[in-house]
Design a protein around this ligand. Sequence first.
Ligand SMILES: [Zn+2]
Length: 302
Amino acid sequence: MRIGIDLGGTKIEIAVLDSTGTIVHRARVPTPAGDYEATLAAIARLVADAEQMHGRAQGIGIGTPGSISRSTGCIKNSNSVCLNGRNLRADLQALLGRELRIANDANCFALSEAIDGAGAGSAIVFGVILGTGVGGGLVVNGHLLDGPNGITGEWGHNPLLLDAQRTLGAPRACYCGRVGCVETVLSGPAMAADHAFASGEPAQASLTAEQIAQRARAGERSCIQTLERYATNLAQALAVVINIVDPDVVVLGGGISNIDPLYELVPAHWAKWVFSDRVQTRLVRNQHGDSSGVRGAAWLAA
Ligand SMILES: [Zn+2]
């Protein structure tokens, strides 16, 4: 048995996985907003409850947004700001009295899909989150790669090629302080902004990415065109990754991953920028959806 914990901004979820990867226990509680000590206590309670029912876990993993500084062990860039600057792993280890592993949520997603999801059996798996933000994680032969900067797979703040940046009329400023980041064109809100810009609608009245996909399915021309622009830009951004890590499979997660046409449109475009006569990399949808956070966290502990 291993335990995975997904610590998000609104909820903390725990799952107990048996050796086959089957979830045998699952529970969730609201995240105590802005209260670090209460967050630690809530996690400890979830672990105690799970172990009372299923026995002591062989390992515990935790996934959370943000990245973990290798030099200090502290969390940075988390949208749950009370975690930033905290050594969550050390504090939880002290509280639980044992070792645990920690990774960001995009890495947990990639690991979950690589071990027994859409990337199972593939040597090199690039897991991509396309939601309110853009993240990624890289798994090679079942191992999550983790480099000296703690940012492996973080492609969301790479600069896009220039014609993709022009999608929004002009390169867009990113919250990270740079301009023209992948995330400013490929997040869900960015697709909505692109559609509003192209159709001349005020940004406030813009359709969401989900609504754009629905209307494209119904044949609405401007929405089909938005999806095509998005697919071309995603193809460019992924081609940069393919040229460096040459993955067997790219697994999409996050809200955008539910848009079916992307799985044909993107591979139809990416060959233009991939430095190879043929592109064998497959683009696939995730298998575990919202469970990837807890599942990946549990596999971390394997
Ligand atoms: Zn950025």
